[in-house]
Design a binder for this molecule. Structure first.
Ligand SMILES: *Cc1c(COP(=O)(O)O)cnc(C)c1O
Length: 399
């Protein structure tokens, strides 16, 4: 049976999820599922993971009352969950560390993954170096050119970056390439997915590793305010930082929850946005059933977002389910709204947010002014924006 927080025994959240894989990947995925279901109940594994979250990542991340932003917006109190202060500057390290520890426990020597913008690749290369595993990152040749600094980071961290020159030379082709290597060598390799997406058990496993974010936020808001928040907001690419924040609050009906997707340049034009929930339809992508931006033949649409970490034509299956049952509201923010929110946080709080996180802030700007001054919003500041400053400066110069 599906609950709000758990998949059924076949890995389905309502109509979404499951495993839709070529036969040669069935054995490797079954092995990961078995290993994870053991590890998640093993106090030794959990202790090792939680110790790294404290000593290496720097958790707990603060829950910060953004007073000047609150005053500027003139409504609800805005709190920011500061995932930008984690080691490597974003939430992704929470799940890549978990995946690396699981791989080590399974006796694997190599982590393998695909990456689009390179952020997952960098977080995984970091975890691999820490745990002592080799790391191979498959990346579309076009993305390698666009994301040169992340390629340099991965290589400095000891990872090998494999350029993918097949197909459109982008994320989808990188996924196929990495799946191929995994199927051929799963005795030694562990496939590490970068969000709450892919075949079961990855959406549940990555969510569990990220759920520390919401557990901390819940405790912190109770300490500071003595009550639950009224609203949660997070950006949604695949959906890992959002599930991380939301999970601890899903059963609290009084908490309204918003996931914010990239509306891009124009939400009405294919290829100009990545608003999967608004414009997508049921389909199959990356080994799961979910909502997909796709053409009539079921091929994923090209996508665009000002935030490279959000340009994904699908979404995690648990999000698709939470939309179906009306528990979470999925909305979008355009590139321009995102840029405004980015600048506002810089100037009111002295924090340069990631463009991904700025999508959540754009929704805060829409909601807060219409709320009462004793209402509480928690927004997930999923990452810091140092990586985005050249791009933003160029965009603002053109305006
Ligand atoms: C990758 C990334 C995202 C989007 O990924 P999710 O899995 O949807 O969280 C959001 N924010 C930052 C800072 C990222 O690096």
């Amino acid at each position: 049976m599906t609950s709000l927080t758990h998949a059924d025994e076949h890995g389905f959240f309502g109509a979404h999820g499951g495993r839709f894989l070529p036969p040669q990947l069935e054995a490797p995925i079954a092995e990961v599922a078995a290993a994870y279901s053991e590890a998640r109940h093993d106090p030794e594994f959990q202790r090792e993971y939680e110790a790294l979250l404290v000593d290496y990542v720097g958790r707990p991340s603060p829950l910060f009352l953004a007073s000047r932003l609150t005053e500027h917006l003139g409504g609800a109190k805005v709190y920011l969950k500061r995932e930008d202060l984690n080691h490597t500057g974003a939430h992704k390290i929470n799940h890549t560390l978990g995946e690396a520890l699981l791989a080590k426990r399974m006796g694997k020597t190599k982590l393998i993954a695909e990456t689009g913008a390179g952020q997952h690749g960098v977080a995984l290369a970091t975890a691999a170096a820490l745990v002592g595993l080799t790391c191979e990152i498959h990346m579309g040749a076009i993305d390698i050119e666009k994301q040169h600094p992340n390629v340099v980071r991965m290589e400095l961290l000891g990872a090998t970056v494999i350029p993918v020159t097949s197909g459109g030379r982008c994320l989808k082709d990188a996924v196929d390439s990495a799946f191929g290597v995994w199927a051929a060598d799963y005795g030694h390799t562990f496939f590490a997915i970068g969000s709450v997406v892919g075949p079961d058990p990855y959406p549940s496993m990555v969510r569990d590793f990220q759920s520390i974010v919401g557990r901390e936020a819940r405790r912190q808001v109770m300490e500071k305010e003595g009550r639950l928040p009224d609203v949660l907001v997070a950006s949604v690419g695949g959906g890992s930082n959002a599930m991380g924040l939301f999970t601890a609050f899903l059963d609290d009906e009084s908490v309204q929850i918003y996931g914010v997707e990239p509306g891009g340049r124009n939400i009405e034009v294919v290829g100009e946005h990545a608003a999967t929930m608004t414009k997508g339809s049921p389909g199959t992508l990356h080994g799961m059933k979910t909502i997909v931006l796709q053409d009539d033949a079921g091929e994923p649409d090209p996508v665009h977002s000002i935030a490279s970490g959000l340009d994904y034509p699908g979404v995690g299956p648990q999000h698709a389910f939470l939309r179906d049952i009306g528990r979470v509201n999925y909305v979008s923010a355009t590139d321009d709204e995102t840029l405004d929110a980015f600048q506002l946080l810089c100037r009111t709080e002295g924090i340069i947010p990631a463009l991904e996180s700025s999508h959540a802030l754009a929704q805060v700007m829409k909601l807060a002014p219409g709320m009462a001054s004793d209402d509480i919003i928690i927004a997930n500041l999923s990452g810091r924006g140092d990586k985005d400053i050249d791009y933003v400066a160029e965009r603002l110069g053109k305006r």
